[in-house]
Design a protein around this ligand. Structure first.
Ligand code: ACO
Length: 319
């Protein structure tokens, strides 16, 4: 027993920041950002909380699936850092939405978080502990990057994406991998002010070796996708849509070329949203779903990579 996705939702903050707006305080320009990454703009939190975005995306998903919040058995939130260290985002969200269930937890699996959340949900469905699950991926990347570091802050945006899962046979296969490497991509925690600490001060901002992560990303997604398709004897042409983590258009294009697939099968919104970490895939899924492009029976492939280093891939059948 597994699940179908029966509802999708998304929310982005009101403030849209085009590339040109960044040149006002950083040594960068629209041409560099566009040609290296495919990003033209991103949306950034101002007065809204991340929980506000999470709530908006969840309400949209609930409404599309026509599920009452009271019928939700589990909430999984994927976030690098919610508004609070504690309580968890899932606890706060349950109160906002009036969901009163026994299973709720936050996960931090970087940009692969949505697919790790699907894997977790599948285990709960298989053990018959749940009939309906809400997954929300909500990320405030603008709080985690160093706005003086042009090599990273231009890449990210804030946003939230949500799905409702209900019992069904929609999960064909899923695989997650983790290698524990952290030097090329990390965000240090705050060190506090313990008078006993002997650590040197580290800044709690995102550090990334872009070139190393680029190489990892291209090889991880191509390996993940090809082995998943081979294992399930599904030719690349039989996949209706490939939903890839939106980190860099060049990474997505290299996978597309390798699989010899047309552009329209690789939906993208990196141009308008930037990289919203674990929220990229559910936000994109919601966009494409609301355009009515996904048909019953369509096979969808989801593929992500990120800090951990992690990568994850899922094959789903749409209901
Ligand atoms: N504007 C102008 N110039 C810049 C900027 C900027 N914003 N950033 C860097 N540069 C300069 C560099 O200083 C360097 O200058 P130099 O040649 O004089 O030293 C030059 O541009 C080239 O820099 P590179 O780092 O070599 O550029 P590259 O082509 O590798 O692109 C990028 C960098 C876009 C970060 C790319 O490596 C990449 O996308 N990597 C993968 C990142 C990724 O996928 N992250 C996702 C995981 S993290 C997550 O999702 C949470």
């Amino acid at each position: 027993m597994s699940f179908f996705i029966t509802g999708t939702g998304s929310a982005i903050p009101g403030l849209c920041v085009p590339n040109d707006a960044l040149s006002g305080f950083l040594d960068t320009n629209d041409e560099w950002i566009r040609t290296r990454t495919g990003i033209r703009q991103r949306n950034i939190l101002t007065s809204e909380s991340l929980l506000d975005l999470a709530e908006r995306s969840a309400i949209e998903a609930l409404s599309l699936s026509k599920c009452s919040p009271l019928s939700i058995d589990m909430i999984i939130c994927s976030t690098l850092h919610g508004d609070f260290f504690t309580p968890s985002m899932s606890c706060l969200l349950s109160k906002r939405l009036g969901i009163n269930c026994r299973h709720m937890l936050d996960i931090n699996m970087g940009c692969s978080g949505f697919i790790f959340a699907l894997e977790l949900a599948a285990a709960y469905f298989d053990s018959k502990r749940v009939k309906r699950v809400l997954i929300v991926c909500a990320e405030a990347m603008s709080r985690l990057v160093d706005w003086e570091d042009r090599s990273t802050c231009v890449l990210f945006g804030d946003g939230a994406g949500a799905v409702i899962l209900e019992e069904g046979e929609g999960l064909i296969d899923l695989a997650c991998s983790i290698d524990g490497e952290y030097e090329n991509l990390n965000i240090p925690g705050i060190e506090g002010n313990s008078p006993f600490s002997q650590k040197r001060d580290t800044m709690p901002y995102l550090n990334m070796n872009g070139q190393e992560i680029y190489k990892f990303a291209v090889s991880a997604i191509i390996n993940d996708i090809t082995s998943m398709l081979e294992k399930n004897a599904i030719p690349p042409d039989d996949v209706a849509y490939y939903f890839l983590h939106q980190a860099n258009i060049r990474i997505i294009e290299s996978a597309r070329h390798k699989l010899k697939q047309p552009e329209e099968k690789f939906p993208c919104n990196i141009e308008s949203c930037g990289n919203t970490s674990s929220a990229t895939i559910p936000i994109l899924l919601d966009e494409v779903n609301r355009q009515g492009k996904i048909k019953k029976g369509d096979v969808l492939l989801l593929s992500a990579f990120g800090s951990g280093l992690t990568s994850a891939v899922a094959l789903l059948r749409w209901n």
